[in-house]
Design a protein around this ligand. Structure first.
Ligand code: MGD
Ligand code: MGD
Ligand code: SF4
Ligand code: MO
Length: 746
């Protein structure tokens, strides 16, 4: 905990609501968060927060926290059971499924939300002990297509340097509301104020970010592929490419340029609804800028042609040489990579869905289960996720949960998902345990923040690492002798421990996947202030020292143990690597250190655009519904409490005023939204930010919150309206932002 000083009442932690995890100071009053403010000492956020962090007490002290494990009885009701019973029964049932059907029939979902990834780091050991092979998470309904494109091009994730970019491009991304860029609102305002810098927003909606932009390409929903293809074609035809960069650092640019040169620019401008002149101005401003950074997000990643769009987005900055220099796009180090980057595609056992980044597409999970195929999954472990609410077609997912022999949910609350579990294991909240995220995506300073607990776990709850360890103990995953040897070595110090650990893993290959558990059981108890869950970070610090030795030393850590100690003691986070711009090239995995630009499958998709349908609406479903917009008062399903929202209390359906008038609707009216899959009632807000024919609903609403006599739902649960088959042909990622719908007065 914090050291006693004059400001001892302020506890250091971080926000858990989006990937930026801004550093916070919190004052407690018993278990309540009395005051919250930004932590000026924080290595990444330097005091910045947005409006949402100040409402975190609604998470910590929400009314739906669980305080005891639950078991489903044959009559469908839940019984409260003690932890000992829960652990032994769950371990026995998992073992039973492993013996009868094989461990690969145990599917794992989640492993972390916006603020908590330490538990997930230990889940891998449980999965290894059980022989579980398949998994997924929310990444497989947004970033897996982009990751696959990255695997071909730069070999891994790249980050935009928006603090310094002359041209910043936001593609289907509204950072004013959703962040993603550190200190987003400050950075956006700085760009907007500086006449030498240009902001380009590509979004069908005139968002708060678009309000600050120099150029807003207000595309028709779902037509970004044509828009980007036209921009790229202009770059090629007007010879605006960076030939020096292409010759020195890439291969295949001629192949790509030949395909782009054939594009009918006026026709594509027409399809995306952006005047050709504006596209030409935009292309020129990108090509002539000293530096360009781009951020693509859900507006395109959850819309038609998403994997192709990721490719075209990356060609935009690669063909103009915006890589590995200030203000441009950078690959970066990782504490632990969030996903694997591989070009070759493995397939799922039943439906043959692509396992990009090692994950099953979220839209394929229910299909993989709702079948009598012998290889179907039989059990699911779900941690820190609410897939019965967040996956497309909630009905299909609930059916899948019911078809499984065993569902185990680890969560802090009785969520829409937990309600369908056989066992619910209550976790301590993110302010009641050591926690961290692996959203470490920055360059040249990449940072990591291990948060200390502010409070003891709510009685009856456990941190996830302890839950996984108890299950592994019950499964007798590692012999007592081996654990005793490592414990003895840990008492002698880190060096003897490191030797013993390395020797044991070298002689017994089966222990490799169990490393997080070994560390938790043996190194963990020696860590100060009960930071046992931090044990896995010791191995990750060694990984950093091995993979990025020079960058780690530049950041001030002379070896892995020094980095680990800095992580353990720095309450406002640490910079774990400090890079030079030239180092970016070392991150490229390709032996020739060149970026191979031609991806045949995606060039084929590009050529096919001439015949690919650009609209998916019909006379029956004439609107494009964006189901899941980020707004000032949305935060996935992290707050289970309607009172946290200061504005937009009902999560309004936003409609263009002309559309609303035509339908006889006005702000405050109730409207019925119907899709091929379902129907729901929403409160209307007319809003001239929307273009005609486009409607939007916020994400994370429609939770079933407990009342005295049942549950109450505010707003629309968006995935009652979405369909499994609306998904990208390559990555299987959903079209949440492009749902054909009908809207009528209710
Ligand atoms: N306030 C808040 N912030 C959040 C979250 C939250 O729940 N609430 N969630 C976090 C998470 S998990 C994520 S993944 C990020 C997501 O962050 P964003 O991707 O920025 O969020 P969205 O609002 O879903 O979508 C972004 C934009 O896509 C636009 N869009 C819709 N259709 C199209 C289209 O066809 N083409 C284009 N170009 N744009 C389109 C929408 O108008 C919207 O402005 O936000 C994170 N931050
Ligand atoms: N229609 C539609 N669907 C979408 C989206 C959309 O835009 N439209 N967006 C998609 C995106 S980008 C995302 S990221 C997903 C998000 O959806 P999910 O990945 O399902 O995650 P969250 O809604 O963030 O839910 C996090 C869960 O973690 C629990 N939790 C909080 N703290 C802890 C803790 O310390 N321990 C444990 N064990 N649990 C904890 C919360 O109670 C909650 O149940 O939704 C996706 N679904
Ligand atoms: S930007 Fe806002 S929601 Fe995201 S971590 Fe910072 S304070 Fe929290
Ligand atoms: Mo997300």
């Amino acid at each position: 905990m914090t050291t006693p000083t004059a400001t001892e009442a302020w506890h250091k932690t971080a926000c858990i609501l989006c990937e930026n995890n801004c550093g916070l100071l919190i004052q407690l009053e018993d278990r309540r968060f009395a005051k919250i403010r930004g932590d000026k000492d924080h290595v990444a956020s330097a005091g910045y927060t947005c409006n949402k962090a100040l409402r975190l007490d609604h998470y910590q002290n929400g009314a739906t926290r669980l305080t005891t494990p639950l078991r489903r009885e044959p009559d469908g009701t839940f019984t409260e059971i003690d932890w000992h019973t829960a652990i032994s029964e769950v371990a026995a049932r998992l073992t039973d499924i492993q013996r009868t059907h094989g461990g690969d029939k145990i599917f794992y979902y989640g492993g972390g939300g916006q603020g908590n990834h330490l538990g997930g780091a230990y889940s891998t050991a449980l999965r290894r002990a059980l022989g579980s092979r398949y998994r997924s998470s929310a990444l497989a309904q947004e970033k897996t297509g982009e990751g696959w494109v990255d695997a071909h091009l730069t070999g891994g994730h790249t980050t935009g340097d928006f603090e310094h970019a002359e041209v910043s491009i936001f593609l289907g991304k509204n950072p004013w509301q959703s962040h993603g860029v550190p200190r987003a609102r400050t950075v956006l305002q700085q760009i907007a104020k500086d006449p030498a810098r240009t902001m380009i927003v590509i979004d069908p909606v005139r968002t708060e970010t678009a309000d600050l932009a120099d150029i807003h390409l207000q595309v028709r929903p779902g037509t970004d592929a044509w828009c980007l293809a036209a921009l790229l074609a202009i770059l090629v035809r007007d010879d605006l490419l960076d030939h020096t960069f292409l010759t020195e650092h890439t291969t295949g640019s001629d192949t790509v340029a030949t395909d782009l040169a054939h594009i009918d620019i006026p026709a594509y401008a027409d399809i995306c609804g952006v005047p050709e002149n504006l596209l030409r101005t935009t292309a020129r401003s990108i090509a002539t800028a000293r530096s360009v950074a781009t951020y693509e997000d859900l507006g395109v990643q959850q819309s038609p042609n998403s994997t192709l769009i990721s490719y075209l987005n990356k060609l935009l900055w690669l063909l103009t040489g915006n890589f590995a220099k200030p203000g441009a796009m950078q690959p970066h180090s990782w504490m632990a990579p969030l996903a694997g980057y591989r070009r070759e595609i493995k397939r799922s056992p039943v439906t043959g869905a692509p396992l990009l980044g090692g994950m099953l597409p979220c839209n394929a999970i229910a299909e993989e289960i709702n079948t009598d195929h012998p290889d179907r999954f039989r059990a699911m472990i779900i941690e820190s996720a609410n897939p019965a609410h967040s996956l497309a077609d909630s009905t299909a997912f609930r059916d899948a949960l019911h078809a499984l022999d065993l569902v185990v949910v680890i969560d802090i609350a009785l969520t829409e998902t937990a309600r369908h579990a056989d066992y619910v294991l209550p976790a301590a909240s993110q302010f009641e345990k050591w926690e961290a995220t692996f959203f470490n995506l920055e360059f040249p300073h990449n940072t990591f923040h291990l948060r200390a607990p502010l409070l003891d776990p709510l009685p009856g709850t456990l941190p996830e690492p302890e839950i996984y360890a108890r299950l592994l103990r019950e499964l007798r995953a590692v012999s007592r002798g081996k654990l005793a040897l490592l414990r003895a070595a840990a008492k002698l110090g880190r060096r003897p421990y490191a030797w013993t650990f390395a020797a044991m893993l070298a002689t017994d290959k089966t222990l490799g996947g169990l490393a997080p558990y070994l560390l938790y059981e043996t190194l963990g108890p020696t860590l100060p202030h009960g930071a046992r869950s931090a044990a896995v970070l010791w191995a990750l610090a060694h990984r950093v020292a091995k993979v990025y030795p020079a960058a780690m030393r530049r950041a001030g850590h002379h070896n892995a143990d020094a980095l680990f100690d800095a992580i353990l003691t720095s309450r406002s986070g640490v910079t774990f690597t400090l890079d030079d711009y030239d180092d970016a090239w070392n991150y490229l995995p390709h032996p020739d250190k060149r970026i191979p630009l031609a991806i045949p499958q995606l060039l084929h998709a590009l050529r096919e655009l001439t015949t690919t349908p650009a609209t998916h609406t019909t006379a029956e479903f004439p609107f494009v519904l964006a189901a899941g917009e980020r707004r000032a008062f949305t935060a996935n399903t992290i707050f289970r409490d309607d009172t946290w929202r200061r504005r937009d209390p009902h999560g309004a359906l936003r409609l263009n005023p002309d559309d609303a008038a035509r339908l006889g609707l006005t702000t405050g009216d109730r409207a019925r939204i119907t899709t091929r899959r379902g129907s729901a009632i929403a409160t209307v807000e007319t809003n001239d930010r929307m273009q005609p024919g486009h409607a939007s609903l916020p994400n994370g609403l429609g939770l079933d919150l407990p009342t005295a006599n049942g549950t109450h739902r505010t707003g629309v649960a968006a995935n009652e309206l979405t369909d499994l088959t609306w998904r990208d042909a390559i990555a299987g990622t959903p079209w949440h932002k492009h749902v054909p719908a009908r809207i009528e007065p209710a």
